[in-house]
Design a protein around this ligand. Sequence first.
Ligand code: SF4
Length: 319
Amino acid sequence: MSSQGCSLLGCGVDDDDDREFDLDDYEGSVARWCRGCGDHAVLTAVERLLTAAQLPPEDTLFVSGIGCASRFPHYLKTYGFHGIHGRALPVATGAKMRRPDLHVFVVMGDGDCCSIGAGHWIHAIRYNMDMVVMLLDNGIYGLTKNQTSPTTPKAFPSNTQPRGSYLDPIDPMSATLGVTNASFVAQTADWVPAHLYATLEAAQAHRGFSFVRVLQRCPQFSARIFEELVRQPDRIELLVHPDGVRVPALESIYKNVREHDPSDLDAARQLAASGERFRLGVLFHDPSKPRLEETRQQRSLTAQQKIERLNEELDRYAV
Ligand code: SF4
């Protein structure tokens, strides 16, 4: 069935609890990413998640910046905002502030989030507003055809640094875990669809800023970064816990399995900082962290209170 009303614009919604949404209600235009691009897998997982969660399309918003991954909103039938480079998070936080009832998703690439958008990223983590934030990290600027990004591994060549990236990359997991009020931090990979889905499901269930870094293959420009990880499961470690993500079927493929309590922030930071393996799972989860939209709401004034405050202020200038 198709969506009804236009809740986002507040112009009349049919609140029909009997509606059932299927994949058709979320699938937008045909995705134009390259063949083999990891973005396709993320889109599939997201469409599945929206269907399973039965999120009304008219109450769901996808916000993106600029980059290959940022074409995401075009491929869904929810509301979408394909914004400007690095500014997905300010748009999403503004929408959530005004309409806390919306289901907000943000899709960013590594250049988008960790370079030009890094300032917004840091503050959005601290605001801890309820949204699912996906960093589709392919370690390169793909849309503009192969430039070094903040997450490009050291010595990996690109058009801008043909002899290899000069510096060690930013680690998005350590960076996120280092910010005050981080509440949900997870990592997954596009080529492990069961894990990808389970992680997004956990992120969507969390009330707060759910940050999910998806290791995302770009066969055009950074295939080498992920080839080894795909071919050598021993380089990956699954983090499992009843409060995290567990996909038992994967434990016969990935022999390195670690029980990790996601409430332990120090342990999460140590795991993120240790580069011995790539960890997939929920590194940190604290549902008790305050959310900006909630705390603001609690302090917001009624219309009558606003008038009284305004009159008090004006009275100060009475002569
Ligand atoms: Fe995907 Fe890379 Fe193609 Fe962009 S350039 S669509 S990231 S494969």
